[in-house]
Write a protein that binds this ligand. Sequence first.
Ligand code: GJV
Length: 410
Amino acid sequence: MQAEEEDEVSVEEYVARSSFTGNDNDQLSFSSGDVLLVHAKTSSEWWWAELRGVKGYVPASYLLQGAQEGEEEEEEEDPWQHKEYFGSYGTLRLHLEMLSDKSRTETYRQVILSNSASLRNKVVMDLGCGTGIISLFCAQLAEPSEVYAVEASSMAEYTRQLVKQNGCEELVTVLQGRAEEIELPERVDVLVSEWMGNCLLFEFMVESVLRARDRWLKEGGVMWPSSAALSLVPCQADSYYAETMAFWEQPYGLDFTPLQPLAQQEFFTKPKFSHVIEPEDCLTAPCDVLQLDMYTLQVKDLEEIKGHFHFCVEKSGVFHGFSAWFKVQFESLQRGGAPVELNTGPNSEPTHWKQTLFMLDRPVSVHAEDAISGSISLRRNPVWRRHMTVTLHWSVNCSQVGTKSFPMWR
Ligand code: GJV
């Protein structure tokens, strides 16, 4: 707790005075007006900063010390960070990332395609439609009576053009605004959305989906996805550990180990997003630790969600941490029809979500047949509504016990 507060005090907020596109994996891309958290002024030209949970170098000259006066102050205090959130979805970068994710986009296409007959004459709402891809699939592959494509960011203006350009304006109506605020002329048969974030819930767009369900879904209507699960596995993370921690043991033949506590604080306090775990790095079979039913889940349930796990180690190795990912299921509109699944785990097609890595403070050697059990809780930040803290408790063979909380992102 103390460490977290100190961490927050040392960062400064800056506002981007113009857009910037990073030219490698170390540089952050951002848009004019984005609020960035500057963690370190590494040189006079390049600073180490964070935007929406992603860190990278940014050119200092693009930033204005901000979030102090008038308008920006509101931004700073908005627990939903709407301006920053929808601002980033007003640019192409994130939409390009999502659309380029073939497994994600093809899964939604498959859902529409395999249910095309049942979608005939149905009313559909596509919540957070972005560039409108799911709505366009509906219009192209099925014959719904109406698709309401709801998008809060300024991308909606382009989405309208894309709908027209593709000859779908008869069927698809783009509504610009937050799903919580827009009005529809009727209730819908199907509520489809791609709302999943890192570790399933990060960003908490799911709250908007649940509110829209309660307000706009017909009795007996269908939610897509219909259920979601968070999976967890104890894993090795050799190269990440070597690069961030073991590195200090003898760089250039010198002993830099006094920096290791600092390294632990800097690299292992928060989860690592966008980590790709190889199947062979999994020490056990994965376990579903949380299961959400999109029909019965309530907004208040999101405040704290708990799950348990029990793993049996399959091969000896080094237990560096836990890796998490999600899967979602889309039920068939036909009785007895097979559901479609999107799995973002290490044994499935890679997606832009990759996996999330939670590093232990100290690695633990484990052997085949060892038992790793414990619990996980996802506690939503009471102030910053898009953030949460993931707490893991674990024991190895009921003896070596550990517990660690990971803020995501505050
Ligand atoms: N109302 C309208 N559009 C929204 C809302 C909302 N409440 N929340 C998010 N969006 N899977 N984590 C839009 C957002 O602007 C973006 O275009 C898209 O939904 C996010 C979809 C992917 N994010 C995710």
